[in-house]
Design a protein around this ligand. Structure first.
Ligand code: EPZ
Length: 421
């Protein structure tokens, strides 16, 4: 098993280039199933989760060409030969379930394992299933997974009890080929949903309202191939913004979209960091004023992103004063708090609230374990300013979502290396 060795580093300085968004490219790759022709996707990050999605497309008969050196994936879905996603692949990644709606709409069938829970919560897919049933799908469900059938999906009104990102994406993809119009109410509004809708509309779909809480999809007979460039990863952007702040550095984050990280910018400024939207990107400085405590409450977009909660908590352990962190999206997303406490932070978790006392010199390097993708990233950030050296285990979690993470951090002066155990 590989691990990271991280030593207390000087303030990070320089510039870093953000990769394509993991949480946009995964549903977009799933959506290529709907084209029945060739789609070319650019700015695809080289991540394990992307590899899993490519393997899933290959397993149902698509012709997938990966050109990692130019961050391009080409999918020819004219050769789909089956509608059953292998259990071994489906279980590797929750986002594999996002192919269900597209596969059902295109082939009339979809057989796939229900994704398991993970460290951050049990992560049901009841809203996905309810939405697809509202479009007329017959879905048989047992503990192995679901077996869905639909001669023809029929447009309908679908109200989401929670603005689930994946459920919004799954239902939106299925609705593109349904008969009549589908309206998704209380839809998720994340930028990744807008990117998916833009991709689908370039394929000939008729989607309006993506990015708001009401999305209208007018079903069409068929879709066609197209070319698309994925939006930059707003969570990778936020992670490097926090890296600049926690090390009291000065970093220019290129290929970022300020509008996608407004809450993170606001919270960093509340802490005393200076954030400027420059021509070449977002410049974040943590070296101009002492950083102070603030409170965080995660909410669906456009609120503060749950995927930035762990990274921001790491920063809050190093600022003056005590902060409160409220996690409202997932029921168990404070696993990283225990690991940060091993480093000397004195975080108190009570249900969905964490109280984080801050002090610039509290953290000490030690051995810590990544519990999930963003929790692992938070431990890397904390290790950059902890006294001494840290060993971070189970880094496979981190490498699911951060392309060239070690190289990018080293490019900013971080003392980090990846070693095979
Ligand atoms: C997406 O997951 C992201 N993953 C997650 O990013 C992100 O944390 C999450 O959205 C919230 O923003 C991808 O896009 C691949 P949800 P998703 O459905 O779609 C409950 C990362 O770090 N829920 O919006 O699975 C669920 O339990 C990952 O990159 C139901 O109850 O998230 C959770 O409490 C982690 N029933 C809440 O909704 C359902 O059918 C939000 O989940 C679906 C969800």
């Amino acid at each position: 098993m590989a691990k990271y060795i991280v030593t207390s580093s000087a303030p990070l300085r320089g510039e870093v280039q953000i990769s394509g968004a993991k949480n946009a490219v995964l549903p977009i790759l799933a959506a290529t199933v709907l084209a029945g022709e060739v789609c070319e996707i650019n700015d695809v990050p080289d991540l394990r989760d992307v590899q899993v999605m490519c393997n899933i497309l290959d397993s149902i008969g698509c012709k997938v060409t990966q050109e990692k050196e130019i961050s391009r994936v080409t999918v020819d879905s004219s050769t789909i030969s089956n509608s059953e996603v292998p259990y071994a692949l489906a279980k590797l990644m929750r986002a594999s379930f996002f192919i269900t709606g597209a596969l059902l709409a295109k082939t009339g069938k979809a057989k796939i394992a229900i994704p398991g829970g993970c460290a951050i919560g049990n992560r049901p897919v009841d809203l996905h299933i309810k939405g697809l049933r509202m479009l007329g799908a017959q879905i048989y469900e047992d503990n192995a997974g679901i077996d869905a059938h639909a001669e023809k999906l029929i447009g309908n009104l679908v109200y989401l009890d929670f603005p689930s990102v994946g459920a919004t994406e799954n239902i939106m993809m299925a609705a593109t080929l349904a008969e009549g119009t589908t309206t998704i109410e209380n839809a998720a509004e994340e930028p990744e949903i807008v990117d998916l809708a833009n991709f689908l509309n370039k394929m000939g779909a008729k989607i309006k309202g993506a990015g708001t809480d009401t999305i209208k999809i007018e079903g069409v007979e068929k879709l066609h191939g197209t070319r698309h460039t994925v939006i930059p990863d707003r969570i990778e952007t936020g992670t490097f913004m926090v890296a600049a702040a926690i090390t009291r550095g000065d970093v220019l984050i290129k290929n970022s979209v300020p509008d996608h990280v407004r809450p993170v910018i606001a919270k960093l400024i509340e802490c005393g960091a200076v954030v400027n939207d420059e021509v070449d990107g977002l410049r974040v400085r943590g070296d101009l004023k002492p950083l102070v405590a603030t409170d965080i409450k995660t909410l669906p977009y456009p609120g503060f992103p749950t995927d930035m909660q762990a990274q921001f908590m790491a920063l809050l352990t190093t600022v003056e004063g005590t902060s409160q962190v409220f996690e409202t999206v997932f029921e168990n997303r404070f696993m990283h708090a225990a690991e940060l406490s091993k480093m000397g932070a004195n975080i108190r978790v009570e249900g969905r609230k964490a109280t984080v006392p801050g002090d610039k010199f509290t953290l000490k390097g030690t051995q810590v374990i990544s519990t999930d993708l963003r929790g692992g990233a938070a431990l890397v950030l904390a290790s950059l300013v902890a006294k001494g050296t840290s060993e971070i285990l189970d880094i496979f979690h981190i490498e699911r979502g951060y392309e060239n993470f070690v190289e990018k951090l080293r490019g900013l002066g971080a003392i980090i290396e990846r070693v095979e155990d």
